[in-house]
Design a protein. Structure first.
Length: 613
C-alpha cells in the first residue's frame, strides 16, 4: 500500500474541504461571486486558495496512485500493484473529508431541494420553477435556474422529495432543514458511488480486464471527488445504476468457472459442434436461457431506474442488449479459447443473429419499461421533464464544443457588422453538433453490433463464424494494434493475469473481446453525448469516465496511452468550475471559443494526415 500517496491525497481532500467552508457554494451567496466583483465574505480568498491548492494536491496524489507507470499501473518493479479493493478503500478514505463540507463547485443541490419541496407540496416540478412554487430556499438557487422546471426524471424527483421529507422530520428551522437535506443528498450520491464500486470491477472482468484502471479513472478521479461527493450531483445514482445494469447484462452471458476451464465431452479438433450437441456451446447463460433471462430482466430494471434519474442512462440500453446477446464465450475445436493464431473468417459486416438480440431486447426492455412506467405512475409525474431539457440550452458557454464553434462564428459576424446573426450561428452550430452526435452514436452501435456477431458462440452463426472475425480476438479498430494485447515491460514479471484476458498467445477470449468493443462503444457514445450536447458541465463526464475505462487495461500499451490522455483531461476538467460554483467558461468566452475552434481544426488535420499517410 503506497502510504505516502494515500496520505498526500487525504491531505488534498482535507484542504479542499476546509476551504469550502468559506469559499464553497454557500447558501447565501447565490447572486454573485467575488471573482466577478461581488462582496467577498470573511475568509473567501484564503478559502479559495486552500480549495485550489487542495484540489491540485489531490490530483497529484491521484495521478501518482494509478496513472500508467505508477503504483497501481506498474506491478513487478519492486512493489506490488494496488488491488481493486485497495483502490476502493483509498477512494473511500479520500472522500471522508468531503462529506463534511458545504456543497462544492455547484449549487444544483439547492435546486434538488426545491424540486423535492414542490413535489411534496403538490406542485408539478415539470411545469413550475423553484421561485413560482414558493420554495423556502429559492435564494440559494442561481438566478438563471429559479424559474426553470426540473429536467430530471421521476426517480430523481422522488428521491429529492424523500430527502426533504426526512429533513423536515428531523430539523426545525428552514436553514437547518436545508443543511440536513444537503447531507442526505450527499449520502444518496455516495450510494451511487458504492453501487458503481460493486459493479465496475465485474464489468471490467467481462472485458478481460481486472478493474484497476476502471476504478482509478472512474471512481477515484478529481472530478468524481469534487462533483459526485462534494457537489452531491444526482449523476451519482444514475452512474451507479447504469454501470450495474451493464455489468448484469454482461454477466447474463458469462459461463460458470468450470465451463470456462474444461472442454465439452466429445469435442473434436477442427469441428464446431451445433448448439446442444456434446462439445457445443453452453446455452445456459444465453439471453434466452434460464440463467440469462433473470439477469437481463434485473439489468433492464436498473437501467430503467437510471433513466428515471437522468436521461443519460438511456444510452446504455442498446449496448446492454448487445452484451446480453453474446452468449457464453466461444471455444475452439479443442475446447480452449480461440486464439489469434487460429484460422479466421473474413470480417463480417452482418448484424448479430436476430434471435439472440431479440431475446436479449425482450428480456431487458421487460424490466426497463415497467420500472420507468411504475415510477412515473407512483409519483404522479409524466414525461414533462423531457421538454424541460430544452430550457438548459439558455446557457451559452464554450465548454460545449458545438456552442464554442457557434460563438466563434458569432464573433466573426460581429466583426462583419452583423451582431444579429450571432445567436443564429450558435443555434446552427448546436444543430450540427446534434447531427454529429447521432452519427457518432450510429457508428458506435454498428461496431458494437459487429462485435456481437463476432463474439457469438461457435455453431450459432454458421460454420464460417467458428473462429470469428478478427475484431473478436482483440484486434478491433477500437483496440489498437494487435501486439498491444500481450504482456509488456510495464507489467513486469509476475503481473496479474486478467480474467478472460490474454491467452498464451496474447489474444482475448472472443466473447471478452466482443464485450470490450461493446463497452468501449458505449463509453464513446456517452462521451459524445457530453461533449456534443448544447450545454456541458464537468460532472457530465462522470458517466463516460465510469464506462470507458472498464474496457481498458494496464497490460495494453494502447490502453495505457488512452488512460494517460483521459487522466489529463480529467484533471483539467476538475478546475473548470470554482468552489463557489462559478464556471471558468463565464470568464473566458472569447479565448474558450477560439480554443474550441483550434481544437477542432487540429483534430481534423491529424485525422486527415492519418488517413492519407
Amino acid at each position: 500500500m503506497p502510504v505516502g500517496t494515500v496520505l498526500l491525497g487525504l491531505a488534498g481532500s482535507t484542504l479542499l474541504a476546509a476551504g469550502g467552508w468559506s469559499a464553497g457554494a454557500l447558501p447565501g451567496a447565490a447572486d454573485g461571486s467575488p471573482v466577478r466583483g461581488a462582496t467577498a465574505g470573511p475568509g473567501y480568498w484564503p478559502g479559495l486558495a486552500a480549495c485550489l491548492v487542495g484540489l491540485a494536491v489531490f490530483a497529484a496524489a491521484w495521478w501518482r496512485l494509478g496513472a500508467p507507470g505508477s503504483q497501481a499501473g506498474t506491478p513487478g518493479r519492486g512493489r506490488a500493484a494496488v488491488p481493486v479493493r485497495g483502490l476502493l478503500l483509498i477512494g473511500a478514505l479520500w472522500a471522508l473529508p468531503l462529506l463534511a463540507t458545504p456543497p462544492l463547485a455547484s449549487r444544483d443541490v439547492y435546486a434538488y431541494a426545491c424540486q423535492g419541496t414542490l413535489w411534496l407540496d403538490g406542485t408539478d416540478p415539470y411545469s413550475t420553477g423553484a421561485a413560482g412554487g414558493g420554495c423556502p430556499w429559492v435564494s440559494a438557487v442561481p438566478q438563471l435556474w429559479r424559474d426553470t422546471p426540473t429536467p430530471y426524471g421521476p426517480l430523481a424527483v422522488a428521491l429529492a422529495g424523500l430527502v426533504v421529507a426526512t429533513a423536515r422530520a428531523v430539523a426545525g428551522t428552514a436553514d437547518s432543514q436545508l443543511v440536513t437535506a444537503v447531507v442526505l443528498f450527499r449520502l444518496v450520491a455516495l450510494a451511487g458511488w458504492l453501487l458503481a464500486a460493486a459493479a465496475l470491477p465485474r464489468l471490467a472482468r467481462s472485458c478481460g480486464a481486472d478493474g484497476r484502471a476502471a476504478v482509478w479513472l472512474g471512481l477515484l478521479s478529481p472530478v468524481a471527488a469534487l462533483h459526485l461527493v462534494g457537489g452531491a450531483h444526482n449523476d451519482g445514482p444514475m452512474v451507479g445504476l447504469l454501470v450495474a445494469g451493464l455489468a448484469l447484462a454482461a454477466a447474463a452471458r458469462t459461463p460458470q468457472a468450470a465451463d470456462a476451464r474444461a472442454p465439452r465431452p466429445g469435442a473434436v479438433a477442427g469441428w464446431a459442434p451445433r448448439r446442444g450437441e456434446a462439445g457445443g456451446p453452453d446455452t445456459r447463460a444465453d439471453a434466452g436461457g434460464p440463467r440469462g433471462w433473470p439477469l437481463l430482466l434485473v439489468a433492464g430494471v436498473l437501467l430503467g431506474l437510471g433513466a428515471a434519474v437522468k436521461v443519460t442512462a438511456v444510452v446504455g440500453i442498446p449496448f446492454a442488449i448487445l452484451l446480453g446477446a453474446l452468449g457464453p464465450p466461444r471455444r475452439g475445436g479443442d475446447g480452449a479459447p480461440a486464439r489469434r493464431g487460429g484460422p479466421r473468417a473474413a470480417p463480417s459486416w452482418a448484424a448479430p443473429p436476430w434471435s439472440a438480440v431479440g431475446w436479449s431486447a425482450v428480456a431487458l426492455l421487460a424490466g426497463a419499461i415497467p420500472a420507468f412506467g411504475v415510477l412515473s405512475l407512483a409519483t404522479g409525474l409524466d414525461l414533462g421533464w423531457v421538454g424541460a431539457l430544452s430550457d438548459t440550452g439558455r446557457l451559452v458557454q464554450w465548454t460545449s464544443l458545438p456552442t464554442g464553434l457557434g460563438m466563434t462564428a458569432g464573433y466573426l459576424f460581429r466583426l462583419a457588422g452583423r451582431p444579429d446573426a450571432a445567436g443564429t450561428a450558435v443555434t446552427v452550430a448546436r444543430g450540427l453538433g446534434l447531427l454529429a452526435l447521432l452519427a457518432v452514436g450510429a457508428v458506435a452501435l454498428f461496431r458494437a453490433a459487429r462485435a456481437t456477431k463476432a463474439g457469438r458462440p461457435a455453431g450459432t452463426d454458421g460454420p464460417a463464424e467458428a473462429h470469428g472475425p478478427a475484431e473478436a480476438h482483440g484486434a478491433t479498430d477500437a483496440d489498437g494494434p494487435a501486439e498491444a494485447d500481450g504482456p509488456t515491460d510495464a507489467d513486469g514479471p509476475g503481473g496479474p493475469t486478467e480474467r478472460g484476458g490474454p491467452t498464451e498467445r496474447g489474444g482475448l477470449d472472443p466473447a471478452a473481446a466482443a464485450s470490450r468493443t461493446i463497452v468501449l462503444a458505449c463509453g464513446v457514445s456517452l462521451a459524445a453525448l457530453a461533449v456534443l450536447s448544447p450545454v456541458f458541465y464537468p460532472w457530465y463526464v462522470l458517466a463516460p469516465l465510469a464506462v470507458l475505462p472498464a474496457a481498458l487495461s494496464y497490460r495494453r500499451s494502447d490502453d495505457r496511452r488512452r488512460l494517460r490522455r483521459l487522466g489529463l483531461v480529467t484533471v483539467v476538467l476538475a478546475f473548470l468550475v470554482l468552489p463557489d460554483g462559478l464556471g471558468i467558461a463565464v470568464l473566458t468566452k472569447l479565448p474558450g471559443a477560439l480554443f474550441d475552434t483550434l481544437l477542432v481544426l487540429t483534430l481534423g488535420v491529424l485525422g486527415w494526415r492519418r488517413r492519407t499517410g
